[in-house]
Design a protein around this ligand. Structure first.
Ligand SMILES: [Zn+2]
Length: 429
């Protein structure tokens, strides 16, 4: 049977957004034909690249290995992100699909640089100058594909701000791939809604405007599926990774360690030596120790000063692993009090204000415990199912095994399980 899969992640889409989506032409049409899970329990920390790794592998961070967005490089406050497929320690659903003979595609999906997929396309980062964007995209995409899609994606990078341009590029590139190559399995990542939450807050007119923009862009993709005769053969999963919390202040934990003699700077302000170092995950932070003899002192300092530092809980490494399947080289994890973001900047004041130059310190952000705040939701258009259902709660780690089951692909070596209610009506299963 010709059965296909399209996964579209609208980064930071939350349950409350379904009310906005229901009123839109294209997204509203898809929602009206789909099953819904209102709240998907995510993984910790609630950061985009870590969660998208869980979405695509069905595993928690302690197994897939992506425990943050940025790599831990002490002294580098803008460290490179986990972005290579080789950063993942376990197989992905597209890997399994490809091994079964399906063609696969990724459009701007995290951790797919160098992936063994039939078609891989990537955007260039916001800090890459316009004249270098093409080169940067070619370097991380399938050879020749960036130039091939360009006539179809248009001059979006010249005409629109970065995040709008990125989502237009992704929707049009995905539509192009369906027109010309018809991949069996495709993953697409859209980022405008998340950006607007970081910029202007969790709720407001700006979120409705972002969805209105997306709706027009997604129409190109949805119409293409219809025109190519694929709508009754394609399972379409519109998904998300995390919610946001409003932020009131930014606390520099490395400034705190410096003030307590656990981190030293050179005269020019660069990092010199450290015994304790906080790797920010925005609304949580992973605390690394270069010297285990200071562990008790560091724990005690964080615990005693938790209110001043905006910490609601200090997890030991063992607790983080046992309770949230989070394991890395760190010794502790600190969780926000709900309105404090954490900075790694040792030159910053201990307590500072939010700003719009970095997603980790903006007026709304994430990285917090997955059980707190508005939850990501899950929409499943399944033309092979005989009815739509609604579930109140599911888990991000169950997504890959559920989609695998719907595609008829065995996927047992992961932490998640198939969501039975979403599979039981599907023909052939
Ligand atoms: Zn995200």
């Amino acid at each position: 049977m010709d059965r296909r899969l399209l996964v579209i992640s609208i980064d930071s889409m939350i349950e409350d957004d379904l009310r906005i989506i229901a009123k839109l032409d294209t997204l509203g049409d898809i929602l009206g034909r789909s099953s819904v899970v209102w709240e998907m329990t995510s993984t910790y920390p609630t950061l985009t690249h870590s969660i998208h790794s869980s979405i695509i592998t069905g595993c928690y961070p302690d197994r897939h290995g992506v425990i943050s967005n940025e790599r831990f490089i002490p002294g580098n406050l803008h460290a490179p992100w986990y972005d290579k497929a080789s950063d993942l320690k376990v197989a992905t659903l597209p890997d399994l699909c490809k091994s079964m003979g399906y063609t696969t595609a990724s459009v701007c999906w995290p951790l797919t640089v160098g992936a063994d997929m039939t078609y891989v396309l990537h955007r260039a980062g916001i800090r890459v100058p316009l004249e270098q964007k093409g080169e940067a995209m070619r370097a991380s995409s399938t050879e020749g594909l960036v130039d091939e899609v360009e006539p179809f994606t248009g001059k979006c990078w010249d005409e629109l701000p970065h995040f709008e341009a990125s989502d237009r590029f992704s929707c049009r590139a995905a539509a192009y791939l369906y027109k010309e190559h018809k991949p069996d399995v495709m993953y697409v990542h859209l980022i405008l809604v998340d950006h607007m939450r970081h910029q202007k807050g969790v709720y407001g007119e700006h979120i409705e405007q972002a969805y209105q923009f997306l709706d027009i862009e997604l129409k190109v993709l949805w119409d293409t599926l219809e025109q190519e005769g694929l709508l009754d053969k394609t399972i379409v999963n519109i998904t998300s990774d995390h919610g946001h919390l409003p932020v009131e202040r930014v606390v520099s934990l490395n400034r705190f360690f410096k003030d307590n003699g656990l981190l030293c700077l050179k005269d020019n302000g660069e990092l010199d030596t450290w015994q304790a170092y906080a790797h920010t995950c925005a609304l949580s932070a992973q605390i690394y120790l270069s010297d285990s003899s200071v562990a008790e002192r560091v724990y005690s300092l964080l615990d005693r000063n938790s209110a001043a530092l905006g910490i609601s809980r200090v997890f030991t490494a063992e607790q983080a692993e046992n309770e949230y399947h989070l394991r890395g080289g760190f010794s502790f994890v600190v969780e926000t009090d709900g309105h404090t973001a954490f900075s790694s900047d040792y030159n910053a004041p201990l307590v500072g204000r939010t700003g719009d130059e970095d997603y980790r310190y903006s007026v709304a952000t994430h990285g917090h415990l997955p059980t707190v705040g508005p939850q990501p939701c899950f929409i499943l258009y399944n033309p092979f199912a005989s009815r739509r259902i609604e579930l109140q709660r599911g888990r991000i780690i169950d997504q890959a095994p559920t989609l695998a089951k719907l595609m008829g692909i065995p996927m047992s070596d992961c932490d998640g399980e198939c969501i039975k209610e979403l599979c039981e009506d599907s023909k052939w299963i």
